[in-house]
Write a protein that binds this ligand. Structure first.
Ligand SMILES: C[S@@+](CC[C@H](N)C(=O)[O-])C[C@H]1O[C@@H](n2cnc3c(N)ncnc32)[C@H](O)[C@@H]1O
Length: 273
């Protein structure tokens, strides 16, 4: 801790905002929106305009969506009042009044909230892994399908690989803090993982357990079968390519039906009604 901080008596962790750290370290709506647009246009021959962001948290995606085109509209749904209010204060308020008029934030359960049919529903950063059993997941996929228009598409992300099923901690530096992803435990009988995000700061302070996620690590074949059971007629998998330079993922996702073994993969699943 520096002298000036000690004088002020507040550590960097005490001054930090966990949602701000989260948005900087986890979310990438500006990288995800082009993927959605490309895949939707390939199938529908037009741009998607209306988006539903399930488990929206601070609604970063919903706000980026309306900012990205003057005719785009978005509805964000989350159970948690605190993060919705943070999103209102920081993300919604950064939009023009006209852009704000095209976003609706709803405090509610993604299983229950209805609205006009949308072109695209997204559930990103694996939030739907919170549904623990197959009947719960079928119910969620059915609810997602029911609020899509005839040309609508559901976008999900998924992760897995042997490293996803081991207790391990990964650190990634950002400007002003280090993001720490801790896989604390994994139960292979239930495929149930207990995970935490912590943030560490240069003065040695930390926001321990800023976020906690207990969820089931679903496999792609399981998810595709459940999507079919929920009434989706077609599913596609978009798999990340590998950079020849670094040997790591290159952020370029292409449609694949087969992939080579990968100890830590992230992919997109796209489902069509
Ligand atoms: C992993 S965060 C996702 C935040 C954001 N979507 C993102 O991409 O980073 C999970 C969020 O899901 C919300 N949530 C959990 N169960 C829910 C449900 N049944 N309906 C709506 N929101 C839910 C939590 O309140 C939390 O904000």
């Amino acid at each position: 801790m520096s002298r000036s901080q000690r004088r002020r008596g507040r550590t960097l962790a005490q001054q930090a905002d966990k949602y701000d750290c989260y948005q900087k370290s986890v979310q990438e709506p500006d990288a995800e929106i082009p993927v959605i647009q490309r895949v939707f246009r390939k199938h529908r021959g037009r741009a998607p305009r209306s988006l539903r962001e399930d488990f929206c948290g601070t609604a970063a995606m919903a706000c980026a969506w309306v900012r990205s085109h003057a005719h785009n509209t978005a509805v964000g749904i989350d159970l948690d009042e605190e993060c919705l209010q943070w999103g209102g204060r920081h993300n919604l308020s950064a939009l023009t009044p006209e852009q704000q008029s095209r976003v609706k934030l709803v405090q509610g359960n993604v299983l229950d909230v209805g609205h006009e049919p949308v072109d695209v529903t997204v559930a990103f950063n694996f939030s739907y892994f919170l549904f623990r059993t197959r009947p719960e997941m079928v119910r969620y996929m059915k609810a997602a399908r029911a609020t899509l228009g005839a040309e609508g598409m559901l976008f999900l992300d998924a992760y897995g690989g042997t490293e996803a099923q081991q207790p391990r901690t990964v650190r990634r530096p950002y400007r002003g803090f280090t993001y720490v992803w801790e896989q604390r435990s994994f139960d292979p009988i239930q495929n149930w993982g207990q995970n935490f995000i912590h943030y560490e700061f240069p003065d040695g302070s930390a926001l321990h357990s800023a976020f906690r996620y207990d969820w089931r690590i679903w496999s792609i074949p399981e998810l595709r079968e459940i999507l079919a059971d929920a009434g989706f007629s077609k599913t596609e998998v978009y798999w990340e390519g590998t950079s020849q330079r670094t040997g790591q993922g290159n952020d370029i996702y292409t449609r694949r039906e087969r992939a080579e073994a990968d100890p830590a993969w992230v992919s997109y699943l796209v489902a069509l009604p």
